[in-house]
Write a protein that binds this ligand. Structure first.
Ligand SMILES: *Cc1c(COP(=O)(O)O)cnc(C)c1O
Length: 367
């Protein structure tokens, strides 16, 4: 069998036509020697804010910085407790630790990995939480209505980690439109990816926007604030700005592929993400939930043999990661269960219906 189904597909994403356009932009930037705060930074920030339904977009150096700067912008201090989702990419928790803050784990909803509002309610009752950080994990929209309603009366700021969420929808519109600080990563593998590192923060609040602008550029403004270097360079902004032209089409394709997967896998003895998310997820990843870790290992081996890319995002819940060992506040029963059984199937805009059938056949064989 000569078919292979890659997890990501940069060859197709960066087609010769795309390369021609981006090379022209790079040549223009080099000839003008305008490497920071260039016209593509401003162009992208304006378009992306509008696209995601926020007033301001501030580009920063990467998605982890976006989280750290958001914590600072909301005025949190070292030692403050931050409620974090139990299933996420390590960086969401790392940002809390980097700022000297204390993570308190919130458990997740089974078959999604999204922050569980009931668990959050208990965590908010039992701890003096200074910020809550839900993650739109896999691109699935977190229940922002419920989370905001728990946090608003206590005036607890919410930071949405939307590193995987570009293209998804919450109750108020596109992910980014909820009025909180919302952070993005444009690492190359994300739905909207640069040629290296970049990130952004969205906000509707003029004062927070100025604070973020000040922090990302060494504290340079009239505000008296400690800054750092978290600028996004002009070359990355030029890539992101160009990719905005095709991102909607690519995200539409991801949704189509998720729908094919749902149909092809529906009779197998595994759990899928609830089909109510078919319309609202960005489908950054397509996770399936197997009955135990032994079956997951078998599936991984079979996929490798068959030339199918797959990844166990995330093999450990946040509390199980080594550097988080000494932080033991919060809840994580469902998060640990899920980390033991989740497997992400190939997901990129170039997967065909035949690829999906091939993945389904190979999965069926091991179950
Ligand atoms: C990728 C990612 C990040 C970190 O982004 P970087 O740009 O790599 O710093 C944070 N949170 C989540 C959920 C991510 O997927």
């Amino acid at each position: 069998m000569s078919r292979t189904v890659p997890f990501y597909d940069f060859h197709k994403l960066h087609s010769p036509g795309f390369q021609e356009k981006i090379n022209a932009r790079f040549a223009e930037i080099v000839s003008k020697n305008g490497f920071v705060e260039g016209e593509y930074n401003f162009s992208f920030e304006e378009k992306f804010a509008e696209k995601q339904g926020a007033k301001h977009c501030l580009l920063v150096a990467n998605g982890t910085d976006a989280l750290e700067i958001s914590l600072l912008a909301y005025g949190l201090k070292p030692g403050d407790k931050v409620a974090v989702a139990g299933i996420t990419f390590y960086a969401s928790g790392e940002a809390v630790l980097n700022m000297g803050m204390i993570p308190v784990y919130v458990d997740v909803v089974p078959n999604s990995g999204l922050m569980c509002p009931k668990s959050l309610e208990r965590v908010l009752e039992n701890h003096d939480i200074k910020a809550v950080m839900p993650v739109h994990i896999y691109g699935l929209p977190a229940d922002m209505k419920a989370i905001n309603e728990l946090c608003a009366p206590k005036k607890i700021p919410v930071i949405e980690d939307a590193a995987q969420g570009q293209g998804g929808y919450i109750h108020s519109g596109p992910i980014g439109s909820g009025g909180n600080l919302v952070t993005f990563s444009f690492y190359p593998t994300k739905n909207l990816g640069a040629f290296g590192d970049a990130g952004a923060i969205l906000t509707d609040d003029d004062d927070l926007a100025l604070i973020i602008k000040t922090i990302r550029n060494h504290g340079r403004s009239d505000l008296e604030l400690m800054g750092r270097n978290s600028r996004c360079d002009h070359l990355q902004a030029a890539v992101l700005d160009l990719k905005l032209e095709t991102i909607d089409e690519e995200n539409k394709q991801r949704k189509q592929i998720a729908t094919w997967y749902h149909e092809a896998l529906k009779d197998l003895p595994i759990n899928l993400v609830d089909s109510k998310y078919l319309e609202t997820s960005s489908w950054h990843l397509y996770p399936v939930f197997l009955s135990d870790s032994g079956i997951r290992e078998k599936a991984q081996a079979a996929f490798k043999e068959a030339g199918i890319g797959c990844t166990p995002f995330y093999e450990r819940s946040l509390n199980q990661e080594k550097v988080f060992n000494k932080f033991t506040d919060g809840e994580w029963a469902e998060a640990e269960k899920m980390a033991g059984t989740v497997l992400c199937l190939p997901m990129n805009p170039f997967i065909t219906q035949e690829d999906v059938s091939y993945v389904a056949e190979n999965l069926k064989k091991v179950l």
